[in-house]
Design a protein around this ligand. Sequence first.
Ligand code: ADE
Length: 237
Amino acid sequence: MKIDVLTIFPEFFGQVFDFGIIRRAKLAGIVDVNVHDIREFAADKHKMVDDRPFGGGDGMVLKPEPIFAAIESLLGTSERAAYPAGTKVVLLSPQGKPFDQTGAEDLAEQAAHLVLICGRYEGVDERVNDALVTQEISIGDYVLSGGEAAAVVVVDAVVRLLPDALGSETSAGNDSFSNGLLDCPHYTRPAEFRGMKVPDILLNGHHAEIEKWRREKALEKTRLVRKDLLEGENGEM
Ligand code: ADE
């Protein structure tokens, strides 16, 4: 997968993609992540990337020209219908569709080239959304000062789902949400720490009993903090 991030704060991303699974996936050639400064695509001599909103109001709006130029440079076109197959152009904004594990799985499966546009200030000129964007994503019902932190969240959630990104020792199959439940508790050595003991069943239980215990604990936790996940179609509850 190729990932391009468009931002007016490229320094924000520093080393954020150079740790753990993302770093390993980059080194293994599973993903290529590049960050681009929108300002470099501004054609005027002041390299303006934002301007005051038509109709008045507070704050500044990201201008369309540099973002269109950036997309043309990356994709060879700003005609959405002419994007190469497997191209997803995502705008990160609080107005987007809420991001969840299914959204991450869909991008991991379908996107060969993922372009993430980080919104800023009071917003992005709507013509970017109308003409360039294939989907608008919000990472939650709160307002960030920009889409940069959200782009990091999306990259992390998607890259770890790419084939072979997790390596053979782990799999995404037991993740929270992948089966509609939160994850069960985990323990490691020591078996007793400051008087707190690891549940007996994990020490001398059998595989089937451990699996049953894990599922019960996952259900218990989900019921306690995320009852909404149990409502709806999941008939096996
Ligand atoms: N930009 C500002 N707030 C955001 C959010 N909640 N999700 C994605 N991008 C954002």
